[in-house]
Design a protein. Structure first.
Length: 193
């Protein structure tokens, strides 16, 4: 058993021991909203949005991007579980700004091992083999945070399965101070009608 596995299982045992009546929380989120945000470990949506268990849906992926799967989750969140407002939250200093689709595809063609980055960029240090399957994935990299938030809000708003009545807000979380900074153009694009 690895050290991490032991730590996770021990933490879960302590958590389950103090679980209380959380098993009675209803399936729909109590505060009726959802957040789409990045998987970055520095972001804790429960803390930056004041959530407790049962309050909201939190959908996370690399970059907090409006991928097909993220939109699928948002549609389920609204249609079956009653969320009425959505937040798209990207963040400063995001790893998705550090590479392009071409860089990722090249690295994965060489090997599937973890790459290294230095002042000259990304380098594959693996032994291979890699895979050309990366050529068929849109990695949804980010060049500009405000533009990516706005683009994602527009994509969600334009989706035929997203009702016009759901407002979609666009924000950037600042990893240096913990503040949510509105992207006005994104929020405007996500306005409910």
């Amino acid at each position: 058993m690895t050290k991490v596995l032991k730590e996770v299982l021990a933490a879960n045992e302590a958590y389950a021991g103090d679980f209380g009546n959380k098993g009675k929380l209803p399936l729909p989120p109590a505060r009726r909203f959802a957040i789409l945000t990045c998987m970055d470990a520095r972001l804790d949506p429960a803390k930056f949005a004041g959530l407790k268990e049962g309050d909201a849906h939190v959908i996370r992926n690399a970059g907090g991007r409006a991928s097909d799967d993220a939109i699928r989750s948002l549609v389920i969140s609204h249609k079956l579980l009653g969320t009425e407002e959505w937040f798209v939250v990207h963040h400063t200093d995001c790893g998705m700004e550090l590479f392009t689709d071409e860089v990722m595809r090249s690295l994965l063609k060489q090997s599937l091992d973890t790459a290294k980055i230095d002042a000259d960029g990304w380098h594959d240090v693996g032994r291979g083999p890699g895979s050309a399957e990366a050529d068929f994935i849109d990695w949804l990299t980010i060049r500009n945070q405000a533009e990516s938030v706005t683009s994602d809000v527009r994509r969600i708003r334009a989706h035929p399965l997203v009702p016009a009545s759901v407002p979609i807000y666009g924000y950037i979380y600042d990893v240096k101070n913990g503040r949510l900074v509105e992207v006005p153009e994104a929020t405007k694009a996500g306005r409910a009608t």
